[in-house]
Design a protein around this ligand. Structure first.
Ligand code: FES
Length: 167
């Protein structure tokens, strides 16, 4: 039996079809990669706040530290009236850090790190200050966004949030 060879014109058409299919597959891959990249970026940009009602601002006296919600964080109010929502999670290995009112400091029970009322490290192991949560006010109600803790190396006065800032 004799095999029939394709004519040059037909071979040309077939190779064009293969090239076309290759280009279509490549474009589809690129479109998929672009979609993955763009949707990934949108997820990073679109953070949905998870607001926790901490209480009425005037109920937190200056110089106080209050355990909030289910105990994930503290609301500290400094003597100047500024608020900080401080994570309870130690920045060393993540143990829950209690506030020791008599000594006015946070003391980690795991490896003895100590933090002051602002969450600043007074004594290592902890490598940096306790994380913060964003604070806002609705009327006089203190609202804390627990969806996005803020890492920081140390405390600075700019981190304080004051009730009168919204007025
Ligand atoms: S976990 Fe707090 S000092 Fe180690």
């Amino acid at each position: 039996m004799v095999k029939k060879a394709f004519s040059p014109a037909r071979r040309n058409v077939l190779s064009r079809i293969w090239i076309g299919l290759g280009i279509a597959a490549l474009l589809q891959m690129l479109a998929g990669a672009a979609f993955f990249f763009i949707s990934g970026r949108k997820q990073v940009e679109q953070h949905t706040p998870q607001l926790l009602q901490a209480g009425v601002a005037t109920d937190f006296p200056p110089g106080s530290v209050t355990l909030i919600g289910k105990g994930h964080l503290y609301l500290a109010r400094l003597d100047n009236g500024g608020f900080l929502a401080i994570s309870r999670k130690c920045t060393h290995l993540g143990c829950a850090v209690p506030w020791i009112a008599e000594r006015k400091q946070f003391e980690c029970p795991c490896h003895a790190s100590i933090f002051d009322i602002t969450g600043n490290v007074l004594k290592a192991q902890a490598p940096r200050a306790l994380d913060l949560f964003p604070i806002s006010f609705q009327q006089d109600m203190v609202m804390i966004d627990i969806s996005s803790p803020i890492k920081r190396s140390t405390y600075t006065a700019e981190q304080l949030v004051f009730l009168q800032e919204r007025r």
